[in-house]
Design a protein around this ligand. Structure first.
Ligand SMILES: Cc1cc2nc3c(=O)[nH]c(=O)nc-3n(C[C@H](O)[C@H](O)[C@H](O)COP(=O)(O)O)c2cc1C
Length: 182
């Protein structure tokens, strides 16, 4: 039986970010509390206004915001979270997560998170198949990080192959399964 939780949804800079709007809406409709964190580059792909309206909370994106987050946004946003979802998880973010690089709010908050993490990678098939990306994925799996997808199918680079972000329903199902674990 899944439980309602506090979820942090990180959004990386990929075309698939448009699907994250649906994911956030569906998570909220299922009763979860959702906080969205965007990387600076993700704002080229989807507007913070969309995600703040759908989540019902201000989107976090700035590491340095002492007026709102005296303890640091990387600490306050992920405090007491039950699950950290990153969708889309870019090649860049996964490299940072695998190597402990903390150079933006999402990559810093990753190191602060005490909850399970679920990544939904999205990228071109060429990127996905690169040894460096696969090495980072293997490292993250070894670190206990959970993955959903990527799926095979139509990619925005006008190819078919592996790298398509899983659909919001599949990401939510993977999240609910993790939340239901004791
Ligand atoms: C049109 C366009 C689409 C992109 N799509 C992806 C993508 O799906 N996956 C990915 O890993 N990078 C993609 N990139 C590259 C990332 O946006 C880039 O590596 C960026 O620095 C990642 O930032 P972030 O990881 O901080 O969000 C794309 C870039 C452009 C210009």
């Amino acid at each position: 039986m899944s439980r309602v939780g506090k979820l942090v949804v990180g959004v990386g800079a990929g075309i698939a970010a448009f699907k994250t709007a649906t994911l956030v809406s569906q998570l909220v409709q299922s009763g979860h509390r959702v906080r969205v964190v965007m990387t600076p580059a993700a704002q080229h792909f989807i507007g913070a206004s969309t995600l703040s309206a759908l989540s019902g909370a201000a989107v976090a994106g700035e590491s340095f915001d002492p007026a709102r987050y005296p303890l640091g946004a990387h600490i306050e946003v992920v405090q007491d979270a039950d699950l950290l979802i990153v969708a889309p998880a870019t090649a860049d973010l996964m490299a940072k997560f695998a190597h402990g690089i903390a150079d933006n709010l999402l990559s810093t908050l990753w190191l602060q998170a005490a909850c399970p993490a679920l990544l939904a990678p999205a990228m071109s098939n060429v990127m996905w198949e690169k040894p460096a990306v696969q090495r980072n994925v293997a490292q993250l799996r070894a670190d206990g990080v959970h993955f959903v997808g990527p799926d095979e199918g139509w990619l925005s680079c006008r190819e078919r192959g592996a790298g398509r972000m899983s659909e919001p329903e599949a990401i939510q199902a993977a999240a609910e399964a993790l939340l239901s674990e004791p």
